[in-house]
Ligand binder design. Structure first.
Ligand code: SF4
Ligand code: SF4
Ligand code: SF4
Length: 330
């Protein structure tokens, strides 16, 4: 199974200071991308914007929303600037950023090239507050004003804008919990799926045969997603070519005569290897998925589930024997 369920963009309606949903010319990066694709960058009144402000880190790197960096939006902001330059050469563009993260091949070069082309970079500190967008007065020469403390000059400033683009972050999908349960993978605190090892096994999971690729594992760009997809495909093909799959020998087994059907084992199994048989009112272990970790056995209130090939008494005797040997040696 290759899990590639992707992400969902952060909804900026919850960020009151940005006025998304209330001010008509505040749009998300997704909506702006659509405008660029259609070749129609216009305000709600149908006019071409003279000034466009691009606000970074919306919903990301902020303790009130998501603490993590969404990794792709800084470069998206630079791409937008270059596209606006071509589409509306007389417009002014402000990049209002917290930190510029331009890692990845060619990204630092894009940043340096863009900086030479006349874009105005203005820096804000998330800890001191995010930019506040308000409707301007009728006598002002713009639709909106963006107010914030510019970090480098340590001054409160107001930036005029006819259109504001919010670079919204990425977040896990609402159904991440459900998907994780179905395929037997774990989630981190931000609901992204967890790989078996971040460096040594970045596309596999703790459940054999289940791989995760793309942004369901964490925010990432297209290049990284493609690399992960190819790696996972190679792993799957290697397994198929091998012809056989090794499974755990010491799996859990349920004694149906004393199982009371409480389903405690179903809830605690970290590999979702146990299901409940409604007809028989007992739990059933999927031996291919079971890793023999013993969690279910220690949680079972009736002692109905145990490790195959070992009784509880045998395991206790082994522990006792081990402790006795060590004490004798000491
Ligand atoms: S990639 Fe840039 S804009 Fe996006 S969250 Fe990270 S620092 Fe902020
Ligand atoms: S031994 Fe571990 S993996 Fe196997 S069924 Fe029990 S809890 Fe699940
Ligand atoms: S925890 Fe034990 S008694 Fe409860 S359903 Fe599982 S095997 Fe049966």
């Amino acid at each position: 199974i290759i899990v590639a369920t992707g992400l969902k963009p952060f909804d900026p309606s919850s960020v009151d200071l940005h006025g998304y949903g209330k001010l008509p010319n505040v749009v998300t990066s997704i909506e702006f991308e659509k405008m660029l694709k259609e070749g129609k960058i216009v305000t709600q009144s149908g006019k071409e914007p003279r000034t466009i402000a691009i606000i970074h880190c919306v919903g990301s790197r902020n303790n009130d929303y998501h603490e993590y960096c969404s990794r792709t939006c800084c470069m998206l902001g630079l791409k937008f600037y270059n596209q606006v330059r071509s589409a509306l050469p007389n417009s002014h563009v402000y990049q209002i950023y917290a930190d510029m993260r331009s890692f990845g091949k060619g990204c630092e070069e894009l940043y340096a090239e863009t900086a030479k082309r006349g874009v105005m970079f203005l820096n804000f500190d998330q800890r001191e507050g995010i930019p506040q967008i308000t409707k301007s007065d009728p006598e002002d020469c713009c639709e909106m004003l963006i107010e914030f403390k510019e970090r480098l000059s340590n001054t409160n400033i107001e930036v005029p804008a006819d259109m504001v683009v919010l670079l919204v972050g990425m977040e896990a999908r609402e159904d991440a919990k459900e998907v994780a349960h179905h395929v037997g993978v774990s989630k981190c605190g931000n609901d992204f799926f967890i790989e078996r090892h971040p460096k040594l096994d970045p596309v596999a999971t703790t459940t054999d045969g289940v791989y995760i690729i793309g942004s369901c594992q964490g925010p990432k760009d297209i290049t990284d997603s493609v690399a992960q997809a190819r790696a996972a495909t190679a792993r799957v093909l290697a397994t198929i070519t091998q012809g056989t799959v090794e499974v755990e020998v010491t799996t859990a087994v349920v004694n149906e005569d004393i199982c009371c059907g409480c389903q405690t084992c179903v809830k605690v199994c970290p590999y979702t290897a146990i299901s409940y048989d409604e007809e028989k009112s007992v739990s059933v272990v999927n031996e291919v998925q079971c890793k023999g970790c013993g969690t279910c056995g220690s949680a079972c209130p009736t002692g109905a589930i145990r490790a195959r090939h070992f009784t509880d008494q045998q395991i206790l005797s082994q522990i006792k024997g081990l402790l006795t040997t060590e004490m004798t040696e000491v």
